[in-house]
Design a protein around this ligand. Sequence first.
Ligand SMILES: Cc1cc2nc3c(=O)[nH]c(=O)nc-3n(C[C@H](O)[C@H](O)[C@H](O)COP(=O)(O)O)c2cc1C
Length: 316
Amino acid sequence: MNTTKASGFISVDPDQSPLKEVHNLLLSGVSPRPIALVSTISEDGVDNLAPFSFFNAFGANPPYIAFSPAYSGKDGSAKDTLLNLEKVPECVVHAVPYDMVEQVSLASTDYSSDLSEFVKAGFDTLDSEVVKPKRVKNSPFHMECKVEQIIPLGGTNGSGNLVLCRVVRFHVSEAVMENGKMMPDALDLVGRNGFNYYTRASGAALFTVDKPTGQGMGIDQLPDFIRESSILSGNDLGKLGSLEMLPNQDAVQKYISKLRMDKEGTTYTKLFLHGMEDLESNPVQGRKDIEISAKVALNEGDLEFAVHILMSLTDY
Ligand SMILES: Cc1cc2nc3c(=O)[nH]c(=O)nc-3n(C[C@H](O)[C@H](O)[C@H](O)COP(=O)(O)O)c2cc1C
């Protein structure tokens, strides 16, 4: 690979590097990628199914998605999916949950064009409502699509071909719906990383990030002693910076008096009160306890507690 090193980074000029290395950079660095399991049909009516992780959604009004079947890096040949779409510009794109990832991997095998991956990979079929290619019943989310454009991205070995699709019908399994929402745990989708790695988007891998209300004041508005804390991370500062303003000292004192009276306080309240006691005799340890209690509170979503107790350190 043609690389240089500066400021702790390895820099790569793709025009001067082997295709395999460039491909690996994209696969590892642009990840996890959603996987499209794409169903197409040949002019002669042979069903075809293949996964593509160079895939995403690009607009909602009207709904557009795109994926990219590449020409072979070795001989420049086109994949059956692309050949089919050039003749019959319709497809069904399916989401891939964890419980079918091995079948999807099997469907990525290079079977000859007269064989159906539906059969080889053991998927059940459903007819589509608008387009000719069939649907994979096993997936919880299907998009019937009309292909609007196929944009060649280089036209040589290893080049992609961006297939821009307009979604004409969505199908969602009732099993993944709760109160009108598709639930990520029930979908249990997988993403593709570099090399042989995949990601499973359910359970402990899921977390939520509250949308900032209004306009956050920004990390630059936090006092230096908070911004330069060795205990608070960039994520912690991001949460604090999402507040519209800092509490004044009067509000801070009132908040802390209330905490002192709360005998049933949380673990982080107790750690804070302990830190307060330490502040006079051992200010370094006291500050540390208070910053840790703020960090724990931020982790548990108690932004109000964190900002008030951190601002109580203004005079120390
Ligand atoms: C999870 C996964 C993601 C893949 N993503 C892509 C992709 O984005 N582009 C591509 O050209 N091939 C991709 N492949 C490889 C194709 O699925 C494979 O070449 C397949 O044989 C193509 O089938 P076809 O000839 O029936 O179109 C991927 C394979 C797997 C297992």
